[in-house]
Design a protein around this ligand. Structure first.
Ligand SMILES: Cc1cc2nc3c(=O)[nH]c(=O)nc-3n(C[C@H](O)[C@H](O)[C@H](O)COP(=O)(O)OP(=O)(O)OC[C@H]3O[C@@H](n4cnc5c(N)ncnc54)[C@H](O)[C@@H]3O)c2cc1C
Length: 315
């Protein structure tokens, strides 16, 4: 593997739990590593407690993010805030370009760029959800947050397909028996889903949202354009989440058959492109902090071993 002078041994794009966990392992092994992050990951904004991060009970996302960063920096990892807009080259000398004209070089790459989530829109604008997402009672991921609705009246807000929203509501009925579904866009429910909703006494409402009614960061009701007010104690959004695959695609990394995530070649996070690994939500699996950390860690171990093998082999 040839490599450019002054280059990093590894550049990690994405400084969420996957990228920072990878940085921690590589930093511990004295690798020259740079983490580039534009700080739009969910944990930067998550003020509610996360209950399922092993060893870290009741941790707030924002605090976890800060701890990971501090640990990585203490191990010598360089972390910068920047937006990577393009990547080219090959193993030994990948070239990354930032939106402000920066250029970085690396022997190996880890892409941990996460997913983009779709929020329900309020008069066509998705931004009103930011006030509540990750801050109170507006949830997105049943794997992480379904137990939060125990004993609470819950409104599932469908912002993707109607069948997906119905599936989420039916799945959530394990945790609560007062659930309704609001279909804001697609309304085409299959007969099978309609029958299952009816059997579980889950009412379906259709309509576009005109207002999110809340007190500080707690959502209290969703107001529809026809004036209907749907109150609930908890709200769950059903919407697509698409991996930020742009850089992976530029490098020719294989994309999963769903078209939404970067496909690793094995559970180690290696890809079809030599020298490129993927980790975290960018991979096709559930979105969860512990999974992001685990996949970030395994990728970093593999990268370190790969670099060591190249070092042992010599120039
Ligand atoms: C509201 C909400 C609540 C959640 N609650 C829980 C929970 O309770 N428990 C749980 O386990 N999980 C929870 N999750 C999921 C968890 O946050 C994610 O699974 C986890 O953050 C994924 O980590 P990641 O490192 O793969 O990606 P991310 O955390 O998304 O980090 C990716 C980073 O890459 C950066 N990036 C992307 N592209 C570029 C680029 N081109 N240049 C530079 N930087 C770039 C982004 O800005 C971002 O900071 C929740 C998610 C949300 C949205």
């Amino acid at each position: 593997m040839r490599f450019a002078m002054g280059s990093y041994e590894t550049i990690v794009v994405g400084g969420g739990p996957a990228g920072l966990t990878a940085g921690i392992h590589l930093g511990w092994h004295d690798r020259r590593v740079l983490v580039i992050d534009r700080r739009s990951g969910p944990l930067f904004f998550t003020l509610t407690n996360l209950w399922n991060v092993p060893g870290q009970p009741e941790v707030r996302g924002i605090d976890l993010q800060g701890r990971l960063r501090a640990q990585a920096e203490a191990l010598g990892v360089e972390i910068i805030r920047a937006n990577v807009i393009s990547v080219s080259g090959e193993e030994g000398d990948f070239v990354l370009a930032g939106e402000k004209g920066q250029e970085w070089h690396a022997r190996t790459l880890l892409l941990a760029t996460g997913v983009a989530r779709y929020h329900p829109t309020v008069d066509g604008d998705y931004r009103p959800c930011f006030k509540y997402a990750g801050k109170g009672n507006l949830f997105y991921c049943p794997d992480c947050e379904a137990p939060e609705i125990r004993g609470k009246s819950t409104l599932v807000i469908g912002a993707g397909t109607a069948n997906a929203a119905a599936g989420m509501a039916i799945g959530l009925s394990r945790y609560g028996d007062d659930i309704r579904v609001l279909l804001t866009g697609d309304r085409e429910l299959s007969d099978e889903r309609r029958a299952r909703l009816s059997a579980k006494e889950i009412a379906v409402v259709e309509g576009e949202i005109s207002e999110l009614v809340g007190d500080r960061q707690k959502l209290q009701a969703v107001k529809l354009k026809d004036g209907t007010l749907l109150e609930a104690e908890a709200f769950f959004v059903s919407s697509p989440a698409k991996g930020r695959t742009d850089l992976a695609e530029q490098l020719g990394v294989e994309i999963a058959s769903t078209g939404t995530h970067a496909q690793p070649r094995s559970q180690r996070g290696d890809t079809n492109v030599p020298g490129v690994w993927v980790a975290g939500d960018l991979r096709p699996m559930t979105q969860q902090v512990a999974v992001a950390m685990g996949t970030g860690n395994i990728a970093a171990v593999m990268i370190d071993q790969h670099l060591r093998r190249a070092d042992v082999a010599g120039p």
